[in-house]
Design a protein around this ligand. Structure first.
Ligand SMILES: CC(C)(COP(=O)(O)OP(=O)(O)OC[C@H]1O[C@@H](n2cnc3c(N)ncnc32)[C@H](O)[C@@H]1OP(=O)(O)O)[C@@H](O)C(=O)NCCC(=O)NCCS
Length: 177
């Protein structure tokens, strides 16, 4: 996707506001880098002409299963004053519909286990990029878009360049520490 400079600024600002002072700057910079990548899919949710939410999907490659077409969901942000109104859910489902139309097999996400557990995501044996031990991590989940296509699929993975930095995958990372 290509974006105007203004649109990029709006999306970066939205994530800064959604993630707050601590995590916001890191996520804003990640979003800026992701928006530079041609294959990034960016989906907005608006109220009137105000941008209130955004989610990015970037290509996610399974090393041992190059035939599988997968995307990473990251990040998703809704402005704090709009939380709890179903907008996060609506944004994810808008993304899912878009990716199904693109014939995508599955979406991966690293995030709140309960939140994504209620959005159709399940634990997976596909390893996180930079994961050294084979183990299931509660916060690392997959949502299959083509029924049955991800059965028995595991192995290692590579995300888009913008997020291929160990700190984005460190499940114990606390900004500022
Ligand atoms: C996470 C986020 C996108 C959810 O958006 P939202 O529009 O508030 O979510 P929805 O209205 O669709 O869903 C709300 C439900 O999710 C639950 N929920 C919200 N945040 C949650 C969390 N961190 N863990 C578990 N459940 C959560 C709410 O309790 C609510 O439950 P209910 O349906 O039983 O009332 C939003 O809180 C956000 O932008 N947070 C800051 C950025 C962030 O953390 N992004 C996700 C990183 S993984």
């Amino acid at each position: 996707m290509t974006f105007t400079i203004d649109k990029k600024q709006d999306i970066k600002q939205l994530h800064l506001n959604a993630f707050g002072d601590k995590e916001g700057p890191l996520i804003r910079d990640l979003v800026g880098d992701m928006l530079e990548e041609q294959e990034t899919i960016s989906i907005n949710i608006e109220k009137g002409d105000k941008l209130v939410g955004n989610v990015l999907f970037t290509p996610f490659n399974l090393t041992e299963h190059p035939d599988k077409k997968c995307y990473l969901l990251a990040p998703i942000g809704i402005l704090p004053e709009y939380h709890g109104q179903g907008l996060g859910k609506a944004l994810i489902e808008k993304g899912v519909r878009h990716l199904i139309a693109l014939n995508v097999d599955a979406i991966f996400v690293l995030g709140y286990p309960k939140y994504y557990g209620r959005r159709g995501f399940y634990p997976t044996y596909v390893a996180l990029p930079y994961q050294t031990e084979v183990m299931r991590i509660d916060a690392w989940k997959m949502r299959e878009l083509k029924p049955g296509s991800m059965a028995e699929v595991g192995g290692t993975s590579v995300a888009c360049d913008a997020i291929m930095k160990p700190l984005y995958w460190d499940i114990n990372y606390e900004p500022g520490n």
